[in-house]
Design a protein around this ligand. Structure first.
Ligand code: FAD
Length: 458
């Protein structure tokens, strides 16, 4: 909807009344930041940004948006790279950063109850200081990424091999629905404990991977896990992608890995596939045993165990691993990756086809993938760097990303946290009855179509 200037001033006043003057803006210099992200998407206009502090403020913003039929886009840190927080139809970006309270750590039932703006960095630091025996799975994204934004896109991190995607680690949610109602989901809708999703009809899934189209999450309960004292990475090099499913299957069979990643980078690894298995333990003896076992598995799978230099070891043991280093392989600072959920058996083809696509677009191949849930799924990612100052170079990266989207779908994978063009490809392939169901739910929840419109446009 095109808003007139008077209308715009009125809406600004109403937003100021809700969140206070300091926490709303429609100044071009503020909106500029929200009109783009660090990926390859083109900027799109934003009308307002608001930074609420309480669930009641979020509720009032949603009610106002309904009155005036203004689109709303919830935003954590805006770090997905795939343009998910850049409004497709303008409107209000609701930046959740001020809702940054860690409300409860339940040591016994092992969960953290947090507000939606709590970042991966702040929860990790808090646990290290106050609950050093507990840990939270975080992505390799910069620490400003929010736990909620990441969990709601079904992200993954260093505990995902053992415990699944981050969406699976959600115990409960408080959300502001598109009609402004505040609703609790999970055990917290019946109990004071946010310790489980069931056993009641599980509607939390509606809010995962729906990119803010179903409502705004304001609180989240997220699983925590016990933490061992020691952590080590054991590296193998493989020269044929066909070896990868077998070696991963063997490692996951032993149940000793905390995390398994594999990577392709022509610059860094000279054409080899790098496989890192992360193990943990509470004694040197335990770690030594696991290293021995992994060396044997690598050897049997015709790979080579590699003793890595301390510097590289430290780099891989960092949480998050600083993979944005790969962005600057061609200088200019930009990169975006297609992430996907891929069946393990399709990985060899995916690796080869992604390398072909990188070469076709003149971009050095960089892939970084993570095994999820003991091999039930692989988060396969292939990244394209570009020079942000060169628009045609950005377009080249966008074309490479789009071709990769198609390749992923052809192989039977699903594009993860997909940008608009990838969402369209998935919608084309989608079962028509699923599309109808999705549409029915969306229309019921959001009759005015205000919640991040344009996304999942069935
Ligand atoms: C260098 C780098 C490395 C990365 N590595 C990983 C990785 O290892 N694993 C991984 O999973 N991701 C990774 N990512 C991707 C991304 O950064 C993360 O998934 C990030 O955590 C997303 O969180 P965010 O706060 O930035 O979410 P945002 O980008 O702000 O939001 C993501 C989506 O959720 C919606 N949303 C956000 N908050 C709410 C809310 N409160 N209510 C409703 N909807 C909401 C938004 O509308 C959007 O659709 C990486 C990114 C970078 C730049």
């Amino acid at each position: 909807m095109e808003l007139s200037i008077t209308n715009k001033d009125e809406i600004l006043k109403k937003l100021e009344n809700i969140v206070g003057q300091d926490y709303v803006s429609n100044e071009p210099e503020d909106l500029f930041i929200y009109s783009q992200d660090s990926g390859a998407s083109l900027p799109r206009p934003v009308d307002y940004v608001v930074m609420p502090k309480t669930v009641e403020e979020v509720q009032k913003v949603v009610l106002l948006a309904n009155e005036d039929k203004i689109p709303i886009v919830p935003m954590g840190a805006g770090m997905t790279l795939s343009g998910l927080t850049i409004p497709i139809k303008g409107g209000i970006v609701v930046d959740m950063k001020r809702m940054d309270q860690i409300l409860e750590i339940n040591e016994m039932s092992r969960y953290a109850l947090i507000e939606a703006g709590v970042t991966t960095g702040s929860l990790t630091a808090y646990l290290e200081k106050h609950h050093p025996d507990l840990q939270v799975s975080i992505p390799d994204a910069p620490p400003s990424a929010t736990i909620t934004g990441n969990a709601l896109i079904h992200g993954s991190g260093f505990l995902s091999q053992k415990f699944g995607n981050h969406g699976d680690m959600i115990n409960g949610l408080e959300v502001v629905l598109p009609n402004g109602e505040i609703c609790k989901l999970g055990s917290c809708c019946v109990s004071d404990y946010w310790f489980t999703r069931g056993p009641i009809p599980d509607l939390i899934g509606l809010f995962i991977s729906s990119f803010g189209t179903m409502g705004i999450a304001t609180k989240l309960a997220f699983k925590l896990y016990p933490k061992d004292n020691l952590r080590e990475v054991v590296v193998g090099l493989f020269n044929d992608p066909k070896m990868i499913p077998d070696v991963i299957s063997k490692i996951t069979y032993t149940d000793i890995a905390e995390d398994i990643i594999f990577a392709v980078s022509e610059g860094l690894m000279k054409g080899y596939i790098f496989l890192g298995t992360f193990i943990t333990g509470n004694s040197e003896e335990d770690i030594g045993f696991k290293i021995k076992l992994l060396k044997r598995i690598y050897r049997k799978a015709k790979g080579t165990y590699m003793k890595i230099p301390d510097e590289l070891r430290d780099y891989f043991l960092e949480k998050p691993i600083f993979i944005s280093n790969e962005a600057d392989t061609r200088k200019g600072g930009g990169f975006e990756y297609v992430g996907s959920f891929m069946p393990l058996e399709k990985i060899p083809e995916a690796i080869e086809k992604a390398i072909e696509i990188s070469r076709k677009y003149g971009i050095s191949p960089v892939q970084m993938s993570r095994v999820i849930g003991r091999g039930h799924n692989v988060m396969f990612a292939t990244s394209f760097s570009f020079n942000r100052a060169d628009l045609s170079d950005m377009e080249n990266a966008r074309n490479a990303l789009h071709e990769t989207d198609k390749m992923i779908l052809d192989l039977g994978g699903i594009i993860w946290k997909s940008e608009l063009a990838g969402q369209k490809l998935m919608i084309e392939k989608m079962d028509p009855n699923y599309k109808r169901l999705l549409k029915t739910i969306r229309n019921l929840l959001d009759p005015n179509g205000i919640m991040n419109p344009g996304n999942w446009d069935v």
